[in-house]
Design a protein around this ligand. Structure first.
Ligand SMILES: CC(=O)N[C@H](C=O)[C@@H](O)[C@H](O)[C@H](O)COP(=O)(O)O
Length: 229
């Protein structure tokens, strides 16, 4: 029995401000903690959160597992890019640490396996490998990841760029691996959640479609007669 068993068959909600808008008014640990409490009240089995302050605030506000990450920079490997970031995320209270496990150079020149080693040595946290291809998922599990997520499909040169989620990657990872496969990235509706579970997902993560009024409104406004400038 691991923390991942608590996520089985459930919806995980990613409670993060919009990464590409530094002025997102939701960029506030208190606000993100209230959002997290709301989604848990609605039935979310876990929460995904970025940054030390948000992880701490959310840990204090909810009693479900927290998947923590540390976004550093915007290009290349930016999700928990180094072992030091990963250990800080665990120290902030994350039960699971999400780490970029793509096949791209990391800012400190080290390997994903070094982050796995550091987390095992210094923390009890489980390790979620954020990947963009099947090959990366297989390599991440060989390096010691406890689970993999499709988070980075669509955001690396090696993966297809699509409007919707990468359900093919969910299916391919689920048949290649014995660890939980988490479906994440551009899930927007109930139908896509069902498709992910049928493809073999252990759980599904939804982010902006649930937790970002800014993102949701920006999608709706172009359909109105008075388009905001
Ligand atoms: C690529 C990247 O940086 N993904 C991040 C991962 O933590 C977040 O910015 C995403 O918003 C979230 O994971 C899921 O959100 P959505 O369900 O809106 O795709």
């Amino acid at each position: 029995m691991t923390v991942f068993d608590e996520l089985a068959g459930g919806l995980v909600v990613s409670c993060q401000p919009l990464p590409d808008d530094p002025d997102d008014p939701m960029r506030d640990p208190y606000v993100q903690a209230r959002v997290a409490a709301s989604v848990v009240r609605g039935g979310a089995v876990a929460v995904r959160a970025n940054g030390i302050a948000d992880i701490r605030a959310i840990r204090a506000a909810v009693d479900v597992p927290v998947i923590g990450l540390y976004k550093h920079g915007v290009d290349g490997v930016f999700i928990t890019p180094t072992a030091a970031h990963a250990v800080d995320v665990a120290a902030a209270g994350a039960h699971i640490v999400a780490v970029d496990a793509t096949d791209r150079p990391r800012p400190d020149g080290r390997a994903f396996a070094d982050t796995v080693r550091a987390l095992r040595e210094h923390t009890d946290a489980l390790i979620l490998a954020d990947v963009s291809t099947v090959e990366e998922g297989v390599a991440a599990v060989r390096a010691g990841a406890d689970a993999v997520a499709t988070t980075l499909s669509g955001y690396t040169p090696a993966s297809p760029s699509t409007d919707g989620p990468d359900l093919t990657l969910v299916a391919r990872l689920a048949s290649a691996l014995a660890v939980p496969v988490i479906a994440e990235g551009r899930y927007r509706d109930v139908g896509q959640i069902g498709q992910a579970f049928r493809a073999g997902a252990h759980s599904v993560v939804m982010g902006n479609a649930v937790t970002s009024p800014l993102w949701i409104t920006r999608r709706l406004v172009p359909a109105t007669r008075r388009v905001a400038g």
